[in-house]
Ligand binder design. Structure first.
Ligand code: G3P
Ligand code: CA
Length: 355
């Protein structure tokens, strides 16, 4: 049973007025949804740094998400963009190459001289948190992210999962992702790893290559939830890809374990019935990106998707995702409580990370 935490006397009164019981959520496994730290705790610290990943783990995230790019000399590094421009101080350290600062034009040694800069609401430090890494704000390699996950698993007494994304549709990148994971001891279906990509060709290729390597890590196709209703009112559910195509869920279920779907995208709502259709085919549904910094807005948004049965949330503020999970109301209560829930969410306060 889910622990039911009452944050303030006011919130307590609001919740009790609705007679809300503790309850399980309709995820595929029946377990609580997973919290995936999107680029680390990227709402608080510079994205895709060891500091941001470690803070996310301290905040209770079950998985850390490194987007992956390839350097000029063939190393996988954690970075969202295919250039160094937005997230690092490269422009003050190097002259442009081929008209810009592509990751693939720089060696790992060069990239390691750069500092990752905070974006949006992130800052260089977080109150009460000291990273254990000696160099927490550099661009980490994929191997360094894996090593951190293992070290933090030991330190926290729980397995920290990995959720790498192949950012390029590139066979060399596919091979490196698999070989890095395999040499680090990952390969079984039960290992806490999801490999994701927007490219369906990449996902299909990873599926074949895993078979060859006797690996069975979970694969996740990224895209958008598509629901088509015919003239008779029958509904078909598909995953929409960003090349404009869409794949019926029963087809993609033959080679993926989950769907990573955009939330709050007009026309592509991740409805309860879409999630139920995915579950009926054995597919998990993970939503991205939960980026609300304000608890009064963030908490009800998590609740909405948790109650629909979403199996995982990519969050920039993993502490809020965890906090929302600990206080999710019973089905139907959101509508009944209305503004009261907004008040409850507002009662949540940002706190220092757990030890
Ligand atoms: O991978 C899920 C989500 O992270 C996709 O968005 O652009 O942040 O990688 P992006
Ligand atoms: Ca990503």
């Amino acid at each position: 049973m889910r622990p039911f935490r009452f944050v303030t006397a006011t919130a307590f009164a609001v919740m009790m007025a609705a007679a809300v019981p503790a309850h399980a959520l309709p995820t595929l496994s029946g377990d609580d949804p997973i919290v995936i730290a999107h680029r680390g705790a990227s709402g608080y610290l510079p994205e895709h740094t060891l500091a941001a990943y470690e803070l996310a783990i301290k905040m209770g995230a079950q998985y850390i998400e490194p987007d992956l790019q390839l350097t000029k000399d063939g190393h996988l590094v954690a970075m969202h963009d295919d250039t160094l421009t937005r997230t690092t101080n490269v422009a003050s350290q190097f002259a442009a190459r081929n008209g810009g600062y592509k990751v693939s034009d720089f060696t790992l040694a060069e990239i390691k001289t750069l500092t990752v800069l905070p974006q949006g609401t992130a800052q260089n430090t977080y109150p009460g948190f000291t990273p254990t890494s000696a160099d927490p704000l550099r661009v980490p390699t994929f191997q360094e992210v894996i090593d951190l996950a293992k070290q933090q698993s030991q330190a926290n007494g729980r397995v920290v999962g990995l959720y790498p994304e192949a950012k390029q549709a590139d066979p060399v990148m596919e091979n490196l992702i698999l070989s890095t994971l395999k040499s680090s001891g990952y390969g079984a279906a039960t290992d806490k790893v999801f490999i994701q990509s927007f490219s369906n060709a990449t996902i299909q290729s990873l599926n074949v290559k895993q078979s060859v390597e006797s690996m069975a890590l979970d694969l996740v196709q990224l895209g958008a939830a598509v629901t088509i209703t015919d003239a008779q009112g029958n509904k078909q559910f598909l995953i929409g890809l960003f090349d404009g195509s869409a794949i019926p869920l029963d087809l993609i279920a033959q080679y993926v374990d989950g769907l990573g779907v955009v939330i709050n995208y007009p026309g592509y709502d991740v409805t309860e019935e879409f999630i139920a259709a995915a579950h009926a085919l054995g597919l998990e549904v993970h939503g991205w990106t939960f980026g609300q910094a304000d608890p009064a807005k963030a908490i009800p948004e998590y609740w909405k998707f948790y109650l629909r049965g979403m199996d995982g949330v990519f969050s920039n503020y993993p502490d809020l995702a965890v906090r929302a999970l600990a206080s999710v109301p019973a089905p139907g209560a959101v509508g009944l409580l209305g503004i009261g829930l907004v008040g409850l969410a507002a009662a949540h306060r940002r706190r220092a990370p757990r030890a």
